[in-house]
Design a protein around this ligand. Structure first.
Ligand code: NAP
Length: 230
């Protein structure tokens, strides 16, 4: 099945954390001056020619329930027209629907289907299992013309794509921060591995110091995980 390329694009601390603690909106890093802004991430989505941004449902729920206002909205991606959210369990009450494509399961609750219809939200239905069938969802996005998607977290949606061998490149803006935390979301949030062969290898393609003190590193995924999907 042809699918769009998938590039994980994330801002992270040097210890790989992508937010302060479970349930916390990472935008607070920008508000507190700990991270320059999301601008680098959005510029990357454009510079890497991504035609859509894709996120997990938990990130969107946290943004909605703990909104953080910034003085300036910053740079918003130009080429990335679609905002694609994987909401397999149908948990999100949608307020902003412009450019939105929701990816959910065939078996999602009828009430959620009704919300999508009522709000005229574009939707993709993929899979009958516990989660969205990501491979099927990507095939549908390919048929709609998407060729390169920026997967912008959180850690569990990244892990689900990585575990299925559906990620081609990983681009990280490393911020000069150490966060810690046993359960704090990371770039790649999966259960502990038991076999060294489950480690995914990356090849560094490019790296660059950005303005301020952050460093951008761009990698190609060179090995698929041996383990079964999560
Ligand atoms: N630093 C950054 O650049 C950055 C970017 C984004 C987010 N964040 C932070 O990340 C945190 C949230 O991350 P998170 O990891 O908790 O949540 P998340 O990745 O946003 O949400 C979990 C997602 O994974 C999906 N999923 C899990 N297992 C799956 C599988 N096997 N197959 C298909 N889909 C699967 C879930 O689907 P269901 O919908 O079906 O449950 C859900 O969409 C927030 O604190 C946010 O602020 C940071």
């Amino acid at each position: 099945m042809p699918r769009p390329e998938v590039i994980i694009i994330m801002g992270a601390s040097v210890d790989g954390r992508i937010t302060t603690a479970p349930g916390r909106n990472v935008t607070e890093w920008i508000a507190e001056g700990l991270m320059e802004s999301h601008d680098h991430i959005h510029h990357l989505a454009d510079n890497l020619d991504c035609d859509g941004l894709m996120s997990g449902s938990e990130s969107v729920l946290i943004w909605g329930s703990h909104p953080i206002r910034l003085p300036s909205p910053g740079y918003w991606p130009k080429k990335s027209k679609a905002y694609i959210v994987v909401d397999g369990r149908g948990r999100i009450q949608w307020a902003h629907t412009e450019g939105l494509i929701v990816v959910t399961r065939e078996t999602v609750a009828p009430e959620y289907r009704a919300q999508l219809a009522e709000k005229h939200i574009d939707a993709i239905f993929a899979g009958h299992g516990r989660h969205v069938d990501l491979r099927l969802a990507l095939a549908q996005l390919y048929r709609r013309g998407f060729r390169r998607l920026a997967l912008t977290g959180g850690g569990r949606i990244n892990a689900a794509f990585l575990q299925e061998g559906l990620v081609d490149q990983v681009s990280v803006v490393w911020n000069p921060l150490l966060v810690g935390g046993h359960n704090t979301p990371t770039i790649y949030d999966r259960p502990n591995i038991t076999d060294i062969h489950d480690i995914i290898r990356l090849q560094l393609i490019r790296s660059e110091r950005l303005d301020g003190q952050s460093v951008w590193a761009h990698y190609r995924v060179t090995t698929a995980p041996a383990a079964a999907p999560l």
